[in-house]
Design a protein around this ligand. Structure first.
Ligand SMILES: [Zn+2]
Length: 282
């Protein structure tokens, strides 16, 4: 049981973290409740861990609650309160992570590389958006694609990249794909508000930790979720750095246990926090 999961900061913040089981949820706990509450939460979490594998009914979603799930690398599934699911940048098995069984209504791809565009691995007959540019509404979700590059040479080394933003339940998500450069003022304006930012930090193929930290400063998201870095599961031939150098640049960092969290618009932190999934860390 990770004590980070139940840190006083996360309890006081009132955000619901969801374990891999998807059923460990902690709601607005008063920081003043102190040790007895923390002990109770730790004990409940411990018991729930012991029940891994037992059948649980899926808990009902609260109004406006969005679930964010990470499958490793740059592959996320965002599910709205009404159950509409957006998959983004699905990989194939060459990346090293297990290929998850994902069903989605929409699948979006930032660029045509195998570690981002395996749309055939997403079930549910989704609407497919490959490098979408400009504004477009799909199945009631407003998308915006902003043209960027996979390198610092205008795409000459690694090609184009699209920053993909979309809004569900009042939360605006932006996925930077394999961004390879700092953003221009124009691109920052085009991207606009990023409540939850998915940002590559592993370097070599993309921006490194230092540039990623600068881009967090440029875009000022409420939550930045690092991606595209080396974990215990990435294929050895992928020359990526770990998340540590990026994490070290921020004071407000939180480890999210497992590979998912749920959040509502009202629960977004007021200032930037870095949330790092600990799935695949070992
Ligand atoms: Zn990539």
């Amino acid at each position: 049981m990770s004590t980070r999961f139940c840190s006083a900061a996360s309890l006081a913040h009132g955000i619901r973290f969801t374990s891999r089981l998807g059923h460990l949820r902690f709601r607005r706990a008063s920081a003043s409740a102190g040790f007895p509450l923390l002990a109770l939460v730790l004990a409940s979490a411990f018991i729930a861990q012991g029940l891994a594998g037992a059948a649980f009914a899926s808990p009902a979603k609260r109004p406006g609650e969005v679930e964010v799930q990470w499958f490793g690398h740059s592959y996320f599934l965002i599910t709205s309160s009404k159950g509409l699911a957006v998959a983004i940048d699905p990989f194939d098995r060459r990346v090293g992570y297990p290929v998850p069984k994902v069903k989605a209504d929409i699948v979006a791809v930032t660029h045509r590389h195998f570690d981002h565009d395996a749309v055939g691995n997403v079930a549910g007959n989704p609407e497919v958006l490959i490098e979408p540019r400009g504004e477009r509404t799909v199945k009631g979700v407003a998308f915006k694609g902003v043209k960027t590059f996979h390198d610092e040479e205008g795409g000459r080394a690694r090609g184009p990249n699209t920053v993909i933003c979309f809004e569900v339940d009042g939360i605006r998500f932006c996925h930077l794909g394999d961004l390879g450069h700092l953003l221009t003022a124009q691109q920052v304006r085009e991207i606009g508000r990023a409540d939850v930012l998915f940002i590559p930090v592993g370097g070599n193929y993309t921006i490194d930790a230092s540039r990623a930290a600068d881009i967090v400063t440029q875009l000022k998201p409420r939550i930045a979720v690092p991606m595209h870095y080396r974990t215990a599961r990435t294929a050895p031939n992928l020359a990526l750095s770990s998340v540590d150098q990026f994490a070290a640049r921020f004071k407000s960092t939180r480890r999210v246990r497992g590979n998912r969290f749920s959040i509502t618009r009202a629960e977004l932190p007021k200032q930037t926090w870095i949330w790092i999934f600990d799935a695949f860390a070992r």
